[in-house]
Design a protein around this ligand. Structure first.
Ligand code: NAD
Length: 254
């Protein structure tokens, strides 16, 4: 049976040009949504929207820098102008710089926090006024490092921890507007973000740290996002959803 769980819904996905964002655009469009594919690189978001169009879906690309308030405002306005409503915002854009705090420049810290954390604040505050009349869904992508960091990821782990509690704050503050907000925490996902860890080195990392065999794909995360965006999850808000092949379950000794 065809999934029509997002029929007539309008969805914005940030970071839509690749990885989890692109896979989620396809999943949302496949479930009947009109999808606004937003991201920093115009070519890549246009590529996602064009691919959805070829599949018979409805998608529109908008170049957006989530760390810039004017840019995010234009994104939301373009969505309302084109589709007349906004039902789901998936704050997914992110960067994943490495380094201990003594190794990184102040500008690196600021860029990481601006994209990963401030971006969620900026887009959500622009989107919520359009959702309050009939309710809506905000989904955020944090990461398991926001729950328990690894070494050498100070700015990223701090930003993603912030995203987790910002999710809870939004959930509490807008629940009576029938607005739900949840956060997805992936472990290691096979996307361009992780291109520096590949081949045998990646396999060895997963072998010692991820209980379930196999590699998490962007489509796995997209299916979780689709379910959380749909009415099937209508009574779930303020929650953290870990998709990590069991990494956070406990101490794994293969
Ligand atoms: N891949 C993983 O293992 C993993 C694990 C945990 C969390 N995450 C998170 O998942 C999210 C998606 O990442 P991904 O793995 O799909 O990697 P990805 O690099 O394929 O996707 C990130 C996207 O965000 C876009 N982006 C970056 N800065 C932006 C900005 N300022 N404005 C708009 N768009 C911007 C990039 O162009 C890119 O398309 C990120 O928030 C990332 O931190 C990924």
């Amino acid at each position: 049976m065809t999934d029509r769980s997002l029929q007539e819904k309008v969805v914005i996905v940030t970071g839509a040009g690749s990885g989890i964002g692109a896979a989620s655009c396809h999943a949302f469009a496949g479930a009947g949504a009109s999808v606004v594919c937003a991201g920093r690189t115009l070519d890549s978001v246009q590529g996602t929207a064009a691919a959805i169009g070829h599949e018979g879906g409805n998608a529109h690309a908008v170049q957006t820098d989530v760390s810039d308030d004017d840019s995010v405002g234009s994104l939301v306005n373009a969505t309302i102008d084109r589709f007349g409503r906004l039902d789901v915002l998936f704050n997914n854009a992110g960067i994943s710089p490495s380094g201990r705090i003594t190794d990184i420049e102040v500008t690196d810290w600021e860029e990481c926090l601006d994209i990963n954390l401030k971006g969620v604040f900026l887009a959500s505050r622009r989107a919520i006024p359009h959702m309050r009349s009939r309710g809506g869904v905000i989904l955020n992508t944090a990461g398991t490092y926001g729950l328990r960091p690894s070494s050498g990821k100070a700015a990223y782990a701090a930003a993603k921890a912030g995203v987790i509690n910002l999710t809870r704050s939004i959930a509490l503050d807008y629940a009576r507007d029938n607005l739900r907000c949840n956060v997805i925490c992936p472990g290691f996902v096979d996307t361009p973000l992780n291109k520096t860890l590949s081949g045998p080195e990646r396999d060895a990392f997963l072998e010692r740290s991820q209980p379930l065999p196999g590699v998490i794909q962007a489509e796995d995360v997209a299916q979780l996002a689709l379910w959380l965006a749909s009415d099937a999850a209508r009574m779930i808000t303020g929650q953290v959803f870990i998709i990590d092949g069991g990494q956070q379950a406990g101490i794994f000794s293969p």
